[in-house]
Ligand binder design. Structure first.
Ligand code: GDP
Ligand code: MG
Length: 456
């Protein structure tokens, strides 16, 4: 895939739209584009300066395809670092496909997923974490994800990881100097200093891992289940939060039998919500299957919204539910506050610290629920601005680094030579350089870009 061929792909979405863009990249980009594009003035793109464009038409062997504006970028001042031409037609799926076909007939190779960005990486236009951030920017679903991806795009992860790598390099250099030139007047590496430096690095790595977990919740949403006995208002709450009539609401207990799912944005948090059948003993086999699904969903969700009916006394089923969930991240939702209260609130409060009173039917209390969830997830405390690692690949590199640092700590504790400690530290550094792409193998690079979409 790392040939020098000129590649082309449709870079806009494959759906009708105002503009459809075909990107061509490679040494022959202008020559190739000149075979399919004719400007109104008759000037050839090969004669254009970088950052200029022209209006004209695209053609194939059957004739005129569409009107088109062509932009020329000259190496190295382009996204990929190569010569690039962007042909912007009308965004009709048929039109752009046909225009792409014309480019391929003219000699371009269809670009593979992420190949433009891969070339940008290989040409030194961006580091690996910045390339990954391009993909995250495209798929960002909310402000947190977009903000994190943008700062990663601007190199925040690279700088953060390099900060730690530099700390490790400092330790490694000190050890090397001491072991390589024992006779010279070099400051001794004291046990104390080494222990302290390694502990500092460990702290940094552990914080990076913690911030990642928080960031992941903000970016991808948190798996959330709505649970409670029948008729407390779970489906009404689901519908209120999702803004649609997704779940059937009736006064007949046991209406919801399947798990109904919806992704919603609540305040600053994305919830991957599941409304379930109420958990209760039942003779109805369909409802029983729903209850089973509800229990499974309860087990694999992270956040639990346990709903109770404020207008009724706590039942044994309610108390069983409280027992089941009280040690997990849970918000107790006291619903139907528009009715007279009968529920034993103190009993719930003793077991579940986060309680929110709402009236799902009246649409009251969503803001309070939103901030209770934000608090419960401890999201407000995290600093989500700078240098949060972005994916499982990067997390694994940090984990590997942490393991090597722990080995170094153990080696020192067991009185092994400074050489042996140094080897562990050098390994730790390598893991971070794989993360940033400076020591990434071909396999790692291929893996990163295979997850991209075509045209990016
Ligand atoms: N008064 C009042 N009734 C509600 C409220 N929320 C839900 N209900 C009613 O309670 C009944 C059961 O609601 P539903 O959402 O189907 O409960 P589920 O079985 O837990 O999903 C329906 O008749 C709803 O209209 C509320 O906040 N106030
Ligand atoms: Mg229901």
């Amino acid at each position: 895939m790392n040939d020098n061929q000129t590649i082309a792909a449709i870079s806009t979405a494959m759906a009708p739209g105002g503009i459809g863009m075909i990107r061509i990249s490679g040494e022959q980009a202008m020559e190739l584009a000149d075979k399919v594009f004719r400007s109104i003035s008759g000037r050839k793109l090969i004669d254009f300066k970088g950052y200029t464009g022209a209006y004209g038409k695209v053609y194939d062997k059957d004739g005129e395809i569409d009107e088109c504006v062509a932009f020329v970028y000259r190496a190295p001042h382009s996204y990929t670092g190569e010569n690039v031409v962007e042909l912007c037609c009308h965004g009709g799926v048929y039109l752009v496909k046909r225009a792409l076909r014309a480019c391929i007939d003219a000699g371009a190779r269809p670009a593979e997923p992420g190949e433009f960005t891969k070339r940008a990486f290989l040409n030194g236009k961006m580091g690996l974490t910045q390339a990954e951030a391009v993909m995250d920017l495209i798929s960002a679903q909310g402000s947190h994800g977009a903000k994190a991806a943008l700062s990663a795009r601007e190199g925040a992860i690279y700088r953060k990881i390099h900060g730690v790598a530099d700390q490790l390099l400092g330790i490694s250099a000190g050890l090397a100097a001491w072991t390589d030139y024992p006779d010279e007047d070099i400051e001794e590496v004291s046990d104390e200093n080494l222990t302290r430096s390694l502990a500092e690095v460990k702290n940094s790595l552990e914080k990076i891992l913690r911030d990642y977990d928080t960031g992941k919740i903000l970016r991808e949403g948190v798996e959330t289940v709505i649970i409670g006995r029948p008729n407390v208002g779970k489906s009404t709450l689901m519908n209120l939060l999702s803004g649609t009539q997704k779940s059937i609401v009736t006064q007949i207990p046991g209406t919801t039998r399947d798990v109904v799912e919806e992704t919603i944005q609540l305040g600053e948090v994305i919830l991957n919500l599941a409304d379930t059948a109420g958990i209760r003993d039942t003779d109805d086999i369909v409802e029983a299957a729903g209850v089973e699904l509800a229990k499974q969903r309860l087990d694999r969700s992270y956040l639990i919204l346990a709903v109770f009916d404020s207008s009724d006394h706590l039942t044994d089923e309610d108390k069983e539910l409280i027992e089941r969930v009280k040690d997990r991240p849970v918000v107790a939702i006291i619903n139907k506050t528009d009715l007279e209260r009968k529920i034993e609130l103190d009993y719930i409060r003793e077991n579940i610290p986060h309680i929110v009173e709402i009236s799902a039917a009246a649409g009251d209390g969503v803001d309070r629920l939103s901030s209770a969830i934000f608090d419960l997830l401890s999201l407000s405390k995290a600093n989500q601005d700078e240098g949060i690692i972005a994916n499982e690949r990067q997390r694994l590199c940090v984990m590997n680094c942490l393991n090597s640092v722990n080995e170094a700590v153990n080696a020192q504790a067991f009185g092994e030579t400074l050489d042996a400690v140094g080897v562990c530290i050098d390994e730790a550094i390598d893991h971070l350089l794989v993360l940033t792409g400076e020591k990434a193998t071909q396999a790692v690079v291929d893996e990163v870009f295979s997850r991209f979409c075509v045209g990016k």
